[in-house]
Design a protein around this ligand. Structure first.
Ligand code: FUL
Length: 681
């Protein structure tokens, strides 16, 4: 059951400097739009949609971890097939303390663990299946990875969440598997009693369900009662395979979770939503008040979350329900969700992770970063180094508030999220004065979402420079948190202007910060002609940065030098000014900022693709033709139809070439469509 924060505008009026338009509307996390309701009234409702207590807690976690671990860690695959011998999970050592220490050092507050991924292998001592750690050699079949993690979480003060895949390939493929076995829906008691394995928690439920739903509920019961408080339950919408028309009795799952884990948010349906991509992209305008075509607290379907616009006024007018649902920006620190190796599997740089942190946490969402442990049961040193560096940057930048002794509206400067300023003067602005000129390049703004919801639609910030106001940043919505990044300015006065809003907005916090720029880690991209562009390494895939150049703002003032003859690059090497042609040679590049040298980036490039032409294809889709596989653009890809098989593409290289290797980059936007096996002729 949802605990709603009830707060009438009448009470809020006491805190504002002027009166708001009269409204008797009660703030809630879901509000229905009536048939034929006018636009003004829909917007008034949207301005009263607030998070539940658990959703607010989830937002305040800000930076959380995902851990993908299981047989795939050993088979080096992204998706298992459910037929793996449990012995492949050849875990000899496990150090969950090291995981927690590292997550803590990164500033994370919670970890979500894949207790069961799509392959159906369970990483805890379940009473209801043998397909799991109990049948592996780990601690002679007595090991329980989740238990070890839950104990480390307690020790290090981290919250725990669980990922339990509804798709279950073991239960699909096994002859006695329960998934889609066409069993009848009958009344069953959860948990099903198992001899010799009583539960301490004596709660029971009666649900009318089939075999697979019963199995799933029994497992949820174990996970939610035997591993301490669970703060999130993550339901993945991905299904490598389905069988027998299996459906999910989601209402029963929800009831069980709400009863046994009252502090948990549910990912996938009503509490937390997918951000719409797995690449770390963020929207320039991420509204957490979105619409649903049916009551989101009763619906059983996943909604499409991939649209660039989910919450603008235009979107709200066409909805049936207004619902508060924060997004999780979920992506992996490594290429892929599972650990493969330390030589070929790319690891995101600290620049990249810190950039996503600022865009996601500072863009009204929760940053869920996956860190896959390796086959020694540890986070790899490369991942640890990145996380420690990111934690250091977050700490250095955001633990110091340069408005600490500033003068201005007390309620936005007191760092108390319960107090707020309702901005309703004529020019919808307020000013903060510093005691002495101060250099800043970051600003945090927060709305009082618990009471007033999300109201700011656009805003701008000015600095007092040379006796006049100069605009230094402008952006769209604020919500839980907006981090504004801008080139550094030295000033003693800042003005915040709310340029458009849904009713009068309430601002709970404003703070100012300074980020010390570092020489960026670099990345390369090459076009069809063979010209390589060198840029700071971070997510290039962003929906909308609103003109903001993230790389410039993060590392302003850097220079890049490179070599093509294999020698180590230095300040005396060639200076990078424009794309460099690199054909059949190794490019090494390094960046410098304030005399500090960054890490060397290197890559060997082969022949250019300029003359390449398609010479045959088994099948292709209109939006994903064969040519997309060799257009030098990593964001486009070839996709075949189901048939005919074998799938193939043939490429005419334009002239005879001597070849020694072929590099294939799988698309990484969607989990399906990977090449499992193939030949090159
Ligand atoms: C996807 C899954 O298929 C991936 O394996 C991973 O678990 C990711 C978080 O969600 O849908």
């Amino acid at each position: 059951m949802k605990k709603n924060i009830l707060f009438t505008l009448g009470i809020l009026l006491l805190l504002s400097c002027r009166t708001e338009p009269q409204s008797s509307m009660i703030a809630r996390s879901t509000i229905k739009i009536e048939e034929g309701e006018n636009r003004e009234s829909i917007i008034e409702k949207a301005a009263h949609v607030v998070p539940t207590v658990n959703q607010l807690d989830a937002l305040q976690n800000e930076f959380i971890a995902f851990i993908h671990f299981g047989p795939n860690t050993f088979t080096r695959k992204e998706w298992g097939n459910g037929m793996e011998d449990p012995a492949v999970f050849d875990l000899r050592t496990l150090d969950t303390d090291q995981w927690c220490r590292t997550m803590k050092s990164a500033g994370m507050k919670m970890v979500i663990f894949t207790a069961k991924h799509h392959d159906g292998f369970v990483l805890w001592q379940s009473r209801y299946t043998e397909h799991g750690v109990a049948s592996s050699g780990y601690r002679n079949g007595k090991g329980d990875v989740l238990k070890e993690l839950s104990e480390s979480c307690k020790k290090y003060g981290l919250k725990l969440g669980i990922y339990l895949s509804p798709a279950d390939l073991y239960q699909i493929e096994h002859p006695n598997g329960l998934y889609g076995n066409l069993s009848e829906y009958t009344k069953r008691t959860i948990p099903r009693a198992v001899e010799g394995r009583p539960f301490e928690n004596k709660t029971t439920f009666e649900f009318e369900v089939d075999d697979y739903n019963e199995y799933f509920l029994n497992q949820l019961f174990e996970l939610l009662t035997e591993y301490g408080d669970i703060h999130e339950v993550w339901f993945d919408g991905a299904h490598p395979k389905r069988k027998g028309g299996q459906t999910y009795h989601y209402a029963a799952w929800r009831e069980l979770i709400r009863t046994l884990a009252p502090k948990a948010v549910i990912f996938g349906r009503e509490d937390i939503r997918w951000c719409g991509n797995e690449a770390g992209a963020t929207r320039g305008m991420e509204w957490n008040v979105i619409t649903y075509p049916e009551d989101p607290n009763l619906s059983t379907e996943f909604s499409d979350m991939t649209d660039n616009d989910l919450g603008s006024r235009e979107k709200l007018y066409t909805g049936k329900y207004l619902h508060y649902q924060p997004a999780e920006t979920n992506t992996s620190i490594r290429e892929g969700w599972f650990y493969r190796d330390d030589t070929n599997q790319k690891v995101r740089s600290a620049d990249d992770v810190f950039d996503i942190y600022e865009r996601s946490v500072g863009g009204n969402s929760i940053f869920l970063l996956n860190i896959p442990p390796n086959r020694e049961g540890k986070f790899s040193p490369r991942d640890v180094a990145v996380l420690e560096e990111v934690g250091k940057r977050i700490q250095e930048t955001y633990s110091i508030n340069l408005f600490e002794n500033a003068r201005g509206p007390k309620k936005v400067l007191d760092r108390n999220s319960d107090s707020y300023l309702v901005v309703n003067n004529d020019d919808h602005s307020f000013t903060i004065s510093l005691r002495k000129p101060t250099t800043i390049n970051r600003l945090i703004l927060q709305e009082a979402i618990a009471t007033h919801g999300e109201r700011v639609e656009t805003h701008g910030v000015d600095a007092w420079i040379d006796n006049q106001w100069v605009e230094i940043a402008q952006s769209t919505n604020i919500g839980y948190k907006r981090i504004l990044r801008f080139p550094e300015v030295t000033t003693n006065k800042i003005r915040i202007r709310i340029t458009t809003s849904r009713l009068n907005p309430a601002i709970s916090n404003v703070s100012a910060h300074y980020y010390h720029a570092r020489p960026p880690q670099l990345s390369f991209s090459r076009d069809k002609e063979g010209a390589v562009t060198i840029t700071p390494s971070q997510s290039v895939f962003n929906w909308n940065l609103h003109g903001e150049n993230a790389a410039e703002n993060l590392n302003a003032g850097y220079e890049i030098f490179y070599t093509l003859d294999g020698s180590e690059p230095s300040r005396h090497s060639l200076k990078y000014e424009e794309p460099v042609p690199v054909i059949n040679s190794e490019l090494k590049a390094v960046s410098f900022l304030n005399e500090i040298q960054g890490a060397v980036e290197r890559e060997t490039f082969g022949i250019a693709k300029k003359a390449w032409k398609p010479a045959g294809v088994s099948s292709q889709r209109d939006r994903h033709p064969a040519t997309a596989a060799f257009d030098a653009n990593p964001f486009t890809y070839w996709q075949s139809e189901e048939k005919p098989t074998p799938h193939f593409i043939a490429i005419d290289l334009g002239s005879e070439q001597e070849l020694r290797a072929l590099v294939y980059t799988p698309q990484t936007f969607y989990p399906g469509g990977m090449i499992a096996k193939g030949d090159i002729f």
